[in-house]
Design a protein around this ligand. Structure first.
Ligand code: ZN
Length: 232
């Protein structure tokens, strides 16, 4: 705040309210000036030019204090709104973390996974185009070349065998071939990419224990195809 205005404000006392009556508003500056003065938006030269009048006009004093009140109320209101927004953002973050940390955790699997706030999706590619489809439990199919995924929130691009078709798919992670219900079930969509069918799907693998699993893939209502995968 400039010194002239500071001096003016220091001068203002309850006495100014009645000491200088000016009912005809002789020589008063426009209301806009007083409003901007209360907001400290008036340049120093302009304030200096008006200061003598302001010091000796109770009407301007009353208007000025009214505008000053409004300004401080507005500042208070803005501060309340800002605090409210911060509280709302915190709520969203807390609820979001709760959802991220509690979904997709299989029942009975007590110990939780990543506690580290909002997980970021990790892009992972799985090549099944030359993997043999598993026909029976503990089949040797490609056992030494089992594709592996690092557990987490994954966005998968799965390269399907060449005879696969584009469209909607369902995917499951099964501990055993005989399991009817997967640890994870999630949808995916396959499209042709440079002549290869590629299946895109996202799922949170962080609640699944590391180990060897079967990845079951089904196009629409066709029969399931099973592939071995490792989760580390
Ligand atoms: Zn005045």
């Amino acid at each position: 705040m400039d010194n002239e205005l500071k001096a003016f404000e220091d001068f203002l006392t309850e006495g100014s309210r009645t000491a200088y009556p000016n009912p005809s508003r002789h020589g008063c500056p426009p209301q806009e000036f007083l409003k901007n003065l209360a907001k400290h938006k008036i340049p120093i030269e302009e304030t200096a030019a008006r200061i003598d009048h302001l010091r000796s006009c109770s009407e301007c004093f009353l208007d000025y204090t009214r505008f000053q009140d409004a300004v401080s109320k507005e500042k208070h209101r803005v501060r309340i709104i800002a605090l409210g927004s911060v509280a709302a953002v915190l709520c969203v973050v807390v609820i979001g973390e709760y959802i991220v940390n509690h979904r997709f955790v299989p029942a009975g699997q007590g110990q939780n996974t990543t506690k580290a706030g909002a997980q970021t999706e990790v892009v992972a590619t799985l090549h099944l185009e030359d993997q043999l489809v598993v026909r029976g439990e503990d089949g040797q199919a490609g056992s030494d070349r089992t594709p592996a995924l690092k557990r987490g929130l994954l966005r998968l691009s799965i390269y399907l065998p060449p005879d696969s078709v584009p469209g909607s798919y369902t995917l499951q992670i099964l501990p055993k071939l005989a399991d009817k219900q997967g640890l994870l079930t999630f949808p995916g969509t396959a499209e042709m990419k440079e002549g290869h069918p590629v299946l895109h799907a996202s799922a949170d693998f962080s609640g699944v224990q590391p180990g060897k699993y079967y990845l079951a893939i089904r196009h629409g209502n066709d029969s399931w195809r099973y592939y071995r995968i490792g989760l580390s």
